[in-house]
Design a binder for this molecule. Structure first.
Ligand SMILES: [Zn+2]
Length: 414
């Protein structure tokens, strides 16, 4: 069974061998053939092969599905009051995480699963077809393992973040907590995770603690990634590069040496920028041109979490990244798709090419530029994930009049 998608205003492939030869590989009047969950053909409409089925997109543009390489989706509660206080003048500190930790520990599995399902659906409606999510709001052996177990039902990109903050009960025994993380917690979590992560910043973990935890995770078979440079400059970015981390995330504060390290030929670490965090904490914007001009690989992700960036919208992140972080619209889209795939070391997603997973987004716009040009507008019309179209229309509960032969309508569900 093959399906030909045609009638596109603009097709972004992220394959420089296509169309205009730019990094986005933009094809005017392009077409895609999907077979099963894979891309079977991409190119100019006039050269497209026959297919069993045909979908005319009526001039809409098509982009690869977004790859959100950084999110924290397993938690209970919300922190809008903290956000309101911050927007009224109070500064952001890493300690707010404790509020979510308390709510998450107190929640039952069903509550956490429901929240995760809601956010996963929200991401998908916004065009995200691959996402990563972390533990980090449990901070006990059982609660961290539970978070990862629940997350694995939604994504294979799960990250053990037992080192998010030092929980209150270990406030006077940091070393004891690090021992717990690299000992029984890692042992319980490593089989449930692909990645190990540490929040290496002021108020969280220092670079020596981060090194200890990441190396322990690597010894247990996990691949490192790191939160660094969100609140202040430090040695975290260089540590990430040194350990060959897949990604170092935030990079709001980075020295010239940090940028140089990320851009060096030997570096395998992606710099992931998280505009939602700067937006929601009213922080200074990093200038993406420093990283891009130096030649570093840059990703954009939502950092979706209840404290410092409660957005699941990659479109929003692109708009802000273009406006305030000086990405060009093309760089921002690449970073939100192919860049995210690089940050997750995935070569099956982020690009529309033969053999890759058929993940793409149909935009109600003639060009991808509209993602930044029309901020806040829901341009995602349709999402195709692994070859399957996912309608973004809300579900409508059908009136089951057939079960009421007397003609009496059932009571409206409340
Ligand atoms: Zn984060």
């Amino acid at each position: 069974m093959t399906t030909l998608y045609a009638g596109m205003g603009e097709l972004v492939t992220n394959d420089p061998g296509q169309g205009d030869g730019s990094p986005l590989g933009v094809v005017a009047d392009g077409a895609v053939v999907v077979e099963g969950d894979r891309v079977a053909w991409v190119g100019l409409r006039e050269h497209a092969p026959d297919a069993d089925d045909r979908v005319d997109l009526g001039g809409a543009s098509v982009i690869p599905g977004f790859v959100d390489s950084h999110a924290h989706l397993v938690f209970a509660g919300e922190r809008s009051a903290e956000f309101a206080a911050r927007m009224s003048g109070q500064p952001y500190a890493a300690g707010g995480i404790a509020t979510t930790v308390a709510a998450t520990r107190a929640a039952d599995d069903e509550t956490l699963d429901h929240g995760l399902e809601r956010l996963a659906a929200e991401l998908c409606r916004g065009g995200v077809t691959t996402f990563e999510t972390k533990s980090g709001y449990g901070l006990t052996v059982a609660d961290e393992a539970r978070a990862l177990r629940l997350a694995r039902a939604f994504t294979e990109e799960t990250t053990f973040l037992g080192a998010h903050v030092v929980p209150r009960e270990y406030r006077d025994d940091r070393d004891g907590y690090v021992d717990l993380v690299v000992g029984p917690m890692l042992e319980a979590c490593a089989p449930l995770a692909r990645w190990v992560d540490v929040f290496c910043d002021r108020g969280a973990f220092d670079v020596d603690e981060a090194r200890t935890i990441l190396q322990a995770g690597m010894a247990a078979g996990l691949v490192p990634r790191l939160h660094a440079g969100q609140l202040e400059e430090g040695a975290g970015i260089q540590l990430a590069v040194e350990l060959g981390a897949a990604s170092v995330d935030h990079c709001t504060h980075a020295s010239d040496e940090d940028v140089e390290a990320l851009a060096s030929a030997a570096a395998t670490t992606v710099a992931t920028l998280l505009p939602g965090a700067e937006f929601s904490t009213r922080a200074t914007w990093p200038d993406a041109r420093r990283f891009l001009d130096a030649g570093a690989t840059v990703a954009l992700a939502t950092d979706c979490n209840p404290g410092s960036s409660f957005t699941s919208s990659m479109s929003f992140c692109i708009a802000v990244a273009v406006r305030d972080m000086y990405f060009t619209p093309a760089q921002a889209l690449w970073s939100a798709t192919a860049g995210g795939a690089a940050a997750l070391r995935r070569d099956d997603v982020g690009t529309l090419a033969v053999g890759r997973r058929a993940d793409f987004v149909v935009l109600d716009a003639p060009s991808y530029v509209h993602l930044a040009y029309r901020p806040g507008v829901p341009l995602v019309r349709d999402v195709v994930a692994a070859g399957t179209p996912i309608s973004r229309k809300p579900r409508v509960v059908a009136r089951r009049t057939d079960t009421f032969p007397s003609g009496k309508f059932p009571e409206e569900p409340r």
